[in-house]
Design a protein around this ligand. Structure first.
Ligand code: FES
Ligand SMILES: [Fe+2]
Length: 342
């Protein structure tokens, strides 16, 4: 039987949730949660995030305890989430603090309180854990290095499976074709042999060198140079759904690209990336982000036209030497799902 990640069949959903609900998922940018409730979805379950009076973040399932209305359609008042249907108000920790129809002195029914959902902030992103955490948010080693500046971009929704997104992020063989409009060079279509290793305490993957187009907007990212440029890279994954690529240019510029995919359903996922750079990005930051957004759009265009999830079954796909990081991710991801199977 194939493994599914989304919300396909109910028996598989149970397996899925018990396997993955202890993991952390990037659901929003920190700057993306302001004065209004934010609706997100993880593994088929909708959640709502809002800010408490002291600006901390809070989350509950996006379902009112009264008549199950979508709380994310309501508003935030004095740090409380106000349901749009009958106006019940919920403070942080999901505590119901007001039932307008009952009057101010009436006791709040104990069942009115909602269960809080765990959130953490890392790398300018809001991370949500649907259950009891069994793992940590991936550590990016340059995150606390003062030589590096972090650049965030908005959370996107892609109409494709997160499994296909991770496979794509671990793949260099598509550069000359999928990314012909940005940095890909058709002359560099052969992928040299590489081996997999533990890149640091968090990421597992491979190191390699590439030659890429460095024309026009690409020069913003590389910091200049000729129209073709070589760089040393590494690409690795941290289960379940994050990938980090590091890029070292000959001129000393270092860039770390951290990509996250969050499965909303079997064919819908959230996506964002975070960049760290060791050069001055005060003038170039937006151009660098825009270039990476153009690259991501090329991947999105390809993946949104492929239905369903990537098969995790051994032998179901044709794999070549350049696919071995994806093969290893699929093997480990399947093992993670099997661990949680009941
Ligand atoms: S459904 Fe939320 S207050 Fe009634
Ligand atoms: Fe790509």
């Amino acid at each position: 039987m194939g493994c599914t990640v989304g919300v396909a069949r109910s028996s598989e959903r149970a397996q899925l949730n018990s396997s993955l609900h202890g993991c952390w998922y990037a659901v929003a940018t920190v700057d993306g949660v302001g004065g209004a409730p934010v609706a997100v979805e993880v593994l088929g379950t909708p959640y709502v995030i809002w800010r408490t009076p002291d600006q901390r973040l809070a989350a509950v399932k996006d379902q009112c305890s009264h008549r199950e209305a979508r709380l994310s359609l309501g508003r935030v008042e004095d740090g409380c989430l106000r349901c749009p249907y009958h106006g019940w108000a919920f403070a942080e920790e999901g505590r119901c603090v007001e039932v307008p129809s009952s009057g101010v002195d009436a006791p709040i029914p104990p069942a009115a309180h909602l269960t809080p959902v765990l959130l953490e902030e890392h790398h300018g992103l809001v991370w949500l854990c649907p259950g009891e955490p069994t793992s940590s948010v991936p550590v990016i080693d340059v995150d606390h290095d003062p030589a590096f500046t972090r650049l965030n971009t908005a959370m996107q929704i892609w109409n494709c499976s997160a499994t296909r997104m991770i496979d794509n992020m671990l793949d260099v063989a598509h550069f000359p074709y999928t990314h012909a409009g940005t940095f890909g060079r058709e002359q560099e279509k052969e992928v040299p042999k590489f081996s997999l290793s533990q890149l640091d305490d968090t990421f597992y993957g491979y190191e390699y060198s590439v030659v890429i187009n460095n024309e026009g907007e690409a020069k913003t990212m590389s910091g200049g140079g000729g129209d073709v440029i070589g760089l040393d890279m590494s690409t690795g994954f941290a289960l379940p759904f994050t990938v980090r690529s590091t890029m070292s240019y000959e001129n000393g510029i270092e860039q770390v690209l951290f990509m996250t995919a969050t499965p909303m359903s079997s064919e819908r996922s959230m996506f964002t990336f975070v960049l760290w750079r060791n050069d001055d990005v005060s003038e170039t930051g937006q151009g660098i982000v825009d270039f990476e957004l153009a690259v991501a759009l090329e991947d999105q265009h390809m993946l949104e036209r492929v239905p369903g999830e990537l098969s995790l079954d051994h032998g179901a796909l044709v794999d070549t030497a350049s696919d071995k990081a994806s093969v290893e991710w699929r093997r480990r991801f399947k093992a993670l799902l099997d661990e949680g199977a009941v």
